[in-house]
Design a protein around this ligand. Structure first.
Ligand SMILES: Nc1ncnc2c1ncn2[C@@H]1O[C@H](COP(=O)(O)OP(=O)(O)OP(=O)(O)O)[C@@H](O)[C@H]1O
Length: 221
């Protein structure tokens, strides 16, 4: 479902270092994979390439049979419709209640308000936050806000979830709830790629792809 073929990435403003260096890996449909590695190892870069937010300097990235390293701009919205992105810089809109935040991805793709609301409520129910539907984001804890971000990411029923350090800055109980919410989507067949620094989570994981200085040092096969 996700294949990296000898992918290297050099950001133009970083003179010599490679953010990813000759990365080859396969992630099968329905798999749950963790990305681990120290800060700067290339985890975010790898995820951004799956979503065509960044392009490889060399090599190919195949998602669902499509070479997204060479995707045209016009094809990007279609690619992203199949992806649920939980990235650190995607904040919730603080002036809208969480139901409205979760409805937004549906409304921008043309769904009717009533249908969008029904699906957003179902998504909030799946992450255990339906009773907070009309709260503003600021009234929620960090972990709850992260679960709203998960609800927003899955409301379009994506085939793949990419979660970049979804448990960063959360305490154990909140982190476990976020991971449980992600695992619930994996258990219904969604392919999940989650980056984490959390040893307690990584120790229990079936598969961990480890990155160091842009190189895969474990778990690629
Ligand atoms: N937009 C950018 N422009 C220039 N360099 C970048 C950019 N994004 C990342 N880098 C560099 O690429 C390398 C890999 O960064 P990346 O963010 O992918 O690592 P990471 O493993 O996700 O780190 P963290 O755990 O801190 O999020 C780092 O050296 C980083 O400084």
């Amino acid at each position: 479902m996700i294949e990296f073929q000898s992918v290297s990435k050099k950001y133009s403003d970083s003179a010599s270092t490679l953010a990813l260096a000759d990365v080859s890996l396969n992630i099968a449909k329905g798999e749950l994979v963790y990305l681990a590695g120290p800060s700067g190892a290339g985890k975010s870069t790898l995820m951004k390439m799956v979503a065509a937010i960044e392009r490889p300097t060399s090599g190919r990235v195949i998602v669902n049979g499509q070479d997204v390293s060479r995707i045209r701009k016009a094809g990007i919205p279609f690619l992203r419709r199949n992806l649920g992105l939980i990235f650190q810089n995607q904040r919730l809109l603080n002036d809208r209640h969480i139901l409205a935040n979760v409805m937004l991805p549906l409304l921008v793709t043309g769904a009717h308000a009533a249908q969008a609301e029904q699906r957003a409520r179902a998504a909030l129910d799946k992450v255990g936050l339906l009773d907070r539907a009309l709260a503003l984001p600021m009234a929620l804890s960090g972990g709850e806000q992260q679960r709203v971000a998960i609800a927003r990411a899955i409301v379009n029923r994506p085939q793949i979830i990419l979660a970049d350090e979804p448990t960063a800055n959360l305490d154990r109980a909140a982190a476990d709830k976020v991971i449980d919410a992600l695992h619930a989507f994996h258990s219904v067949g969604v392919t999940c790629v989650i980056s984490s620094h959390d040893d307690e989570i990584l120790d229990k994981a079936a598969r961990v792809i480890r990155l160091e200085h842009g190189h895969v040092v474990g778990g690629a096969a």
